[in-house]
Design a protein around this ligand. Structure first.
Ligand code: 6GU
Length: 294
């Protein structure tokens, strides 16, 4: 997987040389380039932002600089596009995009929302098609499903916004050019810029690459994975009693059936208490009789 990250603080991504991600780079599983957006400026001040049209606080990242950079990295020539209704909300464009990464059924990946909604046109081969991703606190939430889907892409290009954000015409333009453009928020809180959000998404995506993690089982059993996105049961290690607190007896019983049932009951009960929204999203067909009692 090829990964380009564009930022005004490319040094922020030096940490990617460490730990599991560093090893994955050494193994050739991922190839990462953190680029400095200012390398695509021409003025003496290397400016990348300007005041918001319509007024307001803060600065907005300029489309011209971003476009020079993204055209370069995507191998596109500059063009003018006609957009039917420039005032239309981009939110519709975000979900209407028919360009999703083609995944084979045995990957265990839920088909993209588009293919479920009756669009039977043959998906293009996205294997090497770049996906352009902009972190944006006002965009849809990035989920495990997105991470799984994006882990099948051949090339990811992240554009980190700073200040009050980036000119809305940037994603709009590249969508009109046929590029697969995504905008994601990582949660309901405000960060200073896209760098932390990109780090989060990148880790969630790349750890799913075959060979990235030592133990593939640990990926399958985690929270938020598969059809049944439940929070995980609690974990214990030895000793069986520590500072007066015992681990649940069933876990010491050696009866794997009972252990599995105990853990699943706990996962359901904890999810119900902590994240009732996940219970509502559960596919009832995936629940067994014993589950329903819990
Ligand atoms: Cl993607 N960006 C920023 N700046 N803040 C955020 C975010 C993204 N997601 C949550 N907060």
């Amino acid at each position: 997987m090829k990964i380009d990250i564009v930022s005004v603080f490319p040094e922020y991504f030096d940490v990617l040389n460490l730990s599991l991600f560093g090893k994955a780079q050494a193994k050739g599983l991922v190839e990462v380039h953190a680029r400095n957006l200012r390398d695509w400026t021409h003025d003496v001040h290397h400016s990348v932002d300007d005041t918001p049209v319509g007024g307001g606080a803060g600065m907005v990242m300029k489309p011209e600089v971003w476009a020079e950079c993204l055209d370069d990295l995507l191998g596109l020539a500059p063009a003018a596009v006609s957009i039917d209704d420039p005032t239309a909300s981009d939110a519709t464009v975000m979900t209407d995009d028919a360009s999703r990464i083609a995944v084979t059924a045995d990957d265990g990946v839920v088909p993209s929302r588009e293919s479920e909604s009756g669009d039977e046109s043959t998906p293009a081969d996205h294997g090497n098609r770049p996906v352009l991703i902009f972190p944006n606190p006002s965009a849809p939430l990035f989920t495990q499903r997105d991470a799984t889907e994006l882990s099948h892409a051949g090339h990811l290009l992240f554009g980190c916004g700073r200040y009050e954000g980036y000119d809305a015409r940037i994603p709009q333009y590249y969508r009109a050019q046929g590029v697969d453009v995504r905008e994601y928020s990582i949660g309901d809180y405000v960060l200073n810029g896209g760098e932390v959000a990109v780090s989060v998404m990148l880790e969630a995506i790349t750890r799913l690459l075959p060979g990235f993690m030592g133990n593939a089982d640990s990926i399958v059993e985690e929270s938020y994975t598969g059809d049944n996105a439940l929070l995980e049961h609690r974990q214990y290690t030895k000793p069986a009693e520590w500072r007066g607190i015992r681990v649940p007896d069933i876990l010491l019983s050696g009866d794997h059936g009972k252990v599995d049932r105990f853990r699943r009951d706990e996962a359901i009960a904890r999810t119900n208490e902590i994240r009732p929204d996940l219970i509502e999203q559960l596919d009832c067909k995936a629940l067994d009789k014993a589950d329903r009692k819990t």
